[in-house]
Design a protein around this ligand. Structure first.
Ligand code: ZN
Length: 183
């Protein structure tokens, strides 16, 4: 079981950016800290405000690479503790669940030749009606089914997830992806 811990500072940054973006999708990369025991803290995240529409988000890898380089330098290049954790983006108009495209993209990233990570996290977020953050996180591994991770505020309480757990649907999507990739 993997747990993604969101410190109050990062949650506040997310809320601010989501409010500002309105109905446009935004996203970026997650800079993480391995706390041990399967718990990963999101220390910071990059925010790409352009490149997204109402129902899509196109990453600009250059900007996120620069963000990660700075993060790694700042944390003393202690890669086993501080490293790239994965990706995040918002679904202002849809539930905070990965879409089929999201699953394919993330599985593609982890399967890339030369990808040093053992797994990559995708955090999908949206602003709930009361202004709180709704989020789900999933971990993608090489040639293995996707697993759902718990998302928690670092103060302890779980972050609200959308009403339905999408895991069955996701597994099905993953199987479809894997069949396609194996051809
Ligand atoms: Zn998405």
């Amino acid at each position: 079981m993997i747990e993604i811990a969101l410190p109050a500072k990062v949650a506040a940054k997310l809320r601010r950016e989501l409010r500002r973006a309105g109905d446009r999708e935004i996203g970026g990369v997650l800079a993480g800290e391995d706390l041990g025991g399967g718990i990963f803290r999101v220390v910071d995240l990059s925010v790409q405000r352009s490149g997204g529409g109402v129902a899509h988000f196109v990453r600009d890898p250059g900007a996120h690479r620069r963000f990660m380089r700075r993060f790694l330098a700042r944390t003393g290049s202690d890669y086993t503790r501080f490293n790239y954790l994965g990706e995040w983006h918002s679904h202002p108009s849809f539930p905070a669940l990965p879409s089929g495209t999201d699953v394919r993209q993330m599985q593609g990233l982890i399967e890339e030749r030369g990808q040093p990570a053992n797994f990559l996290v995708l955090l999908v977020v949206k602003l709930g009606r009361g202004g709180e953050i709704e989020a789900t996180a999933h971990a993608f591994r090489r040639s293995a089914p996707v697993v759902q991770a718990r998302v928690a505020r670092e103060e302890g309480a779980a972050v609200q997830a959308p009403p339905k757990t999408p895991l069955e649907r996701l597994s099905w999507k993953w199987m479809a992806w894997h069949r396609e990739a194996a051809k």
